[in-house]
Design a protein. Structure first.
Length: 210
């Protein structure tokens, strides 16, 4: 039996995922979480073979949770589940230690196949992501500007794009306003932009805003 922890902040999505697992004879959900704190508690307290983790979580986002999981439970494979297309988060997830990346519009049988595959010790990568990885190896300097950002800078860009003030961003990321200001300054420098309006336009045009 493959024991799975499901972490997603939407109750309907969690219950749907659990139902899919219950329909399989070899998969079962042993714990669930609605945010980063609950996800980490489940990982620490419940033995499991796979963690299915939403990339957009309240407080710490999925990438930050992923890094924490890999630090505390390096042998626990993590399948990132996201409403974002692969070109937004897949590369960032794989680099952070994810064993696989799947979008929420994938078919249930694809989710089951992904869980079984990473539980066996292999990676789960779609043909589209495999091509992206190959292109990145061949031309590592090419690609969207935001791919060169650190995870915190990327989070800051997304939140600015969604219309949040520095104070609101600081609260959501559990950081000081001064630290967020530093991330904003780095964004402007790296992306060669002058103000929040330009960052916002870029985030919207690149479909980085939830």
């Amino acid at each position: 039996m493959i024991r799975v922890i499901v972490a997603d902040d939407h109750a309907i999505v969690r219950k749907g995922l659990i139902s899919i697992l219950q329909a399989c004879g070899d998969l079962c959900c042993v714990a669930e979480g609605a945010n980063a704190v609950e996800a980490m508690r489940a990982v620490r307290e419940t033995p499991a073979e796979v963690l299915v983790l939403d990339v957009s979580m309240p407080g710490k986002d999925g990438i930050e949770v992923l890094k924490q999981v890999k630090k505390e439970q390096p042998r626990l494979p993590v399948l990132i589940l996201s409403s974002h297309s692969e070109d937004q988060y897949a590369m960032r997830s794989i680099k952070a230690g994810a064993a696989g990346y799947l979008t929420k519009d994938s078919a249930p049988q694809q989710l089951v196949a992904a869980i079984r595959q990473i539980a066996s010790g292999r990676k789960y990568i779609t043909p589209e992501l495999a091509q992206t990885l190959a292109d990145h190896v061949e031309s590592p300097t090419e690609g969207p500007i935001h791919e060169s950002l650190s995870d915190r800078e990327f989070q800051t860009l997304k939140l600015i794009g969604a219309g949040n003030s520095l104070t609101q961003i600081a609260q959501k990321l559990c950081l000081s306003v001064k630290t967020v200001s530093v991330y904003r300054a780095r964004l402007l420098e790296k992306m060669q932009m002058k103000n929040n309006a330009e960052l916002t336009r870029y985030a919207i045009e690149s479909q980085l805003v939830d």
